[in-house]
Ligand binder design. Structure first.
Ligand code: SAM
Length: 634
């Protein structure tokens, strides 16, 4: 149906000299469509007709420069409102000959237009007025940085922080009194309203949720919420029977300041404007921790920070509170310098600092320990060659022996007496763990056990390799179960380190990454594999990857934290990068990408990119690639 192909289309778009030019596209008002090359104008109008896009339902046309697509956009208030909102868009895919409609009419934060004069030609009736509006905004400094102004809410927030407001036609006016106050008065510490930083929570804060996911609220750990604000986390944990106390200098100064296994310092550091007090608070909170401190701050980039008034090393928000926004690596460094301990990233702006180093090793290893589902294997038909006496004994105490076998498979070795809850019982029946193990190996077969051994050995190798990547000092003491692991799988600690060093070094070689990914893709053909470039996989597939790829992604995660809220992971083969993708709702037909995190391993740098501002969230168009045999992996 289309007369031209993509390269012809691209070269035509390149010749367009009117409209708003952006790197990815050119936008033109309907009134100026006659001024683009005729073939392009005809193509656009033909598409609008073919796909039955009503003439009164679009007034701006977007020609994409990088894809073979034309979008028809409808801004109903284009004429009368200074910054009109997008109501509908129709994107025509010229390759597939399909159309996708997006409806923003119910959105409270739709995309908006600025600089309307750029979309029309200079003989357009309101051209001069449009220019005037733009000059107005420029004078007020609204275009100083444009990354964040594409959506209604950010735009209005920016206008507010500039001490202005918009009238019914969207024209800009100064809020005289406020503006004067903001510019002439020096902010003093006494004016900062720290108490306002505490918010009402109706679910556990993210640091507490992370602790819950790692099993720390099993009732065996006491918790102190230091700087607990209004105490919603404390109330929730109390309701679950956790031994928890909360203290806050403003909201709960009489709270119980008791030494506790875990201390939470949740979003406190970032509200303290005094740099000395900030450090003292951190150290004090750590002094109350018997096992670990979880410390969190707000993480934000330039685009957020510049919306506020600078103050000391942070900013003053519109609510007159202080905020010291950090980057992920800046906060890690701050914690490590202040406390002299390594800080382990578990989330965005959330770190654990362990006082109990055995617990730290346990935590780090558990992160690498993949709990595999051996269950269906234990339910397998017994082998016929099993000796009668053993089979009878196992059948008689099926549940007990199954439990023992699962523990054995999970460890990849015979559990020590202290590692199996019903050790005494099984020993009284089978004589010893060894005898129970021999019988079960015979009962279920050698292969399952061999896979379990290999899996556990790999978990350990990954753990040691990541410890070296983090330059963690060798621990003075090691948990007993890890000593047993080392003895069983490596014979000595030196061997374990030697082997994991080799593994870590191999990961620096792009050819190894590509070869391992290619092989893994052959056995798990899931995700988007681009030869010589990258592999995008659902997060759950990470557990099935070879140790080299687990270490590669694991190194990246040391900068980011847990991948709980991540859906897809992109392994770049040659550039030493890992990207993490977070979607709005992965159950949707076409989930929208809301955050992309790029981790550059060579530079040890991490970039958070939020879609929602000037760059609308792109949909995941090939979701079917991330689904295996009808089962969603993410
Ligand atoms: C953003 S709120 C966080 C509250 C709570 N942790 C939460 O996550 O919901 C910051 C809290 O830090 C408290 N705070 C301020 N200065 C503090 C200090 N020097 N020591 C302990 N807490 C402090 C404030 O009173 C406020 O309740």
């Amino acid at each position: 149906m289309t007369q031209i192909d993509f390269p012809q289309y691209q070269s035509l778009v390149r010749t367009v000299s009117i409209g708003k030019q952006l790197p990815d596209a050119v936008y033109i008002h309907k009134s100026a469509i006659g001024q683009v090359p005729e073939e392009l104008a005809v193509l656009a109008l033909q598409m609008a007709k073919t796909f039955k896009i009503p003439v009164n339902k679009w007034n701006i046309v977007k020609f994409s420069k990088r894809s073979f697509k034309i979008t028809f956009l409808n801004y109903p208030r284009f004429e009368e409102y200074a910054y009109p909102e997008l109501q509908h868009s129709y994107t025509v895919d010229l390759q597939r000959l399909s159309v996708r409609k997006a409806n923003y009419s119910k959105s409270d934060n739709p995309p908006i237009l600025h600089r309307k004069e750029t979309f029309v030609s200079d003989d357009y009736p309101h051209y001069t007025l449009f220019k005037e509006i733009t000059n107005e905004g420029e004078k007020a400094g609204l275009y100083a940085k444009t990354r964040n102004i594409g959506f209604k809410k950010n735009w209005e927030r920016l206008i507010n922080t500039k001490g202005c407001f918009l009238d019914d036609a969207g024209r800009l006016h100064k809020k005289e009194v406020l503006a004067e106050a903001a510019s002439s008065v020096e902010i003093s510490a006494s004016e900062i309203e720290r108490h306002k930083t505490a918010i009402d929570r109706n679910k556990l804060s993210s640091p507490m949720q992370i602790l819950a996911r790692h099993g720390y609220f099993d009732g065996n750990h006491s918790v102190l919420d230091y700087g607990c604000g209004k105490g919603d986390d404390v109330r929730e944990l109390e309701a679950h029977g956790i031994n928890v106390a909360g203290w806050d200098p403003i909201h709960n100064p009489d709270g119980d300041l008791a030494k506790s296994d875990i201390v939470n310092l949740g979003f406190v550091i970032n509200v303290i404007e005094n740099i000395n007090e900030r450090k003292e608070t951190l150290k004090k909170a750590f002094s109350y921790a018997k096992k670990m401190l979880v410390a969190s701050v707000m993480v934000a980039g330039e685009s957020v920070i510049r919306q506020f008034t600078p103050y000391k090393d942070g900013v003053i928000t519109s609510r007159n509170t202080f905020q010291r926004y950090y980057t992920q690596s800046e906060f890690k460094e701050y914690l490590e310098d202040s406390l002299g301990q390594s800080a382990i990233a578990v989330g965005q702006g959330i770190f654990l600092i362990f006082k109990d180093k055995l617990e730290e090793q346990h935590f780090l290893f558990e992160r690498q320990h993949i709990r595999r589902n051996w269950k269906q294997i234990t339910e397998r038909e017994a082998r016929t060659q099993t000796k009668q006496v053993t089979k009878d004994l196992i059948d008689k105490h099926k549940e007990l022996f199954s439990d023992f076998w699962e523990t054995t498979l999970d460890l990849g070795r015979i559990p020590a007496n202290s590692e199996f809850e019903f050790s005494e019982r099984i020993r009284s029946i089978a004589g010893s763990h060894k005898k129970a193990f021999d019988a079960l190996k015979d009962y279920f077969g050698e292969e399952t056990y061999q896979s379990a051994q290999e899996a556990r050995r790999n978990d350990l190798l990954v753990y040691f390799a990541l410890g070296q990547f983090a330059r963690r000092k060798p621990y003075g003491k090691m948990p007993d179960d890890m000593k047993r692991d080392i003895k069983t799988f490596f014979n000595s600690y030196t061997n374990a380190i030697e082997e994991s060093t080799k593994l870590l070094f191999s990961v620096g070689n792009p050819q190894v990454i590509e070869a391992k990914a290619t092989n893994a893709y052959k056995s798990h053909p899931v995700g988007e594999f681009v030869e010589g470039h990258s592999w995008v996989i659902p997060k759950k597939l990470l557990d099935d990857l070879p140790p080299e790829l687990r270490v590669y992604v694991g190194c990246a995660c040391q900068l980011y934290g847990d991948l709980d809220d991540i859906h897809l992971v992109k392994i770049h083969f040659t550039s030493g990068k890992v990207s993490l993708m977070k979607y709005d709702d992965f159950k949707k037909q076409e989930p929208l990408l809301i955050q992309r995190i790029k981790i550059k391993l060579r530079q040890l740098d991490i970039d958070f990119f939020d879609y929602s501002d000037e760059y609308p969230p792109p949909p995941l168009e090939n979701k079917q690639l991330f689904i295996v045999r009808g089962k969603r992996l993410t």
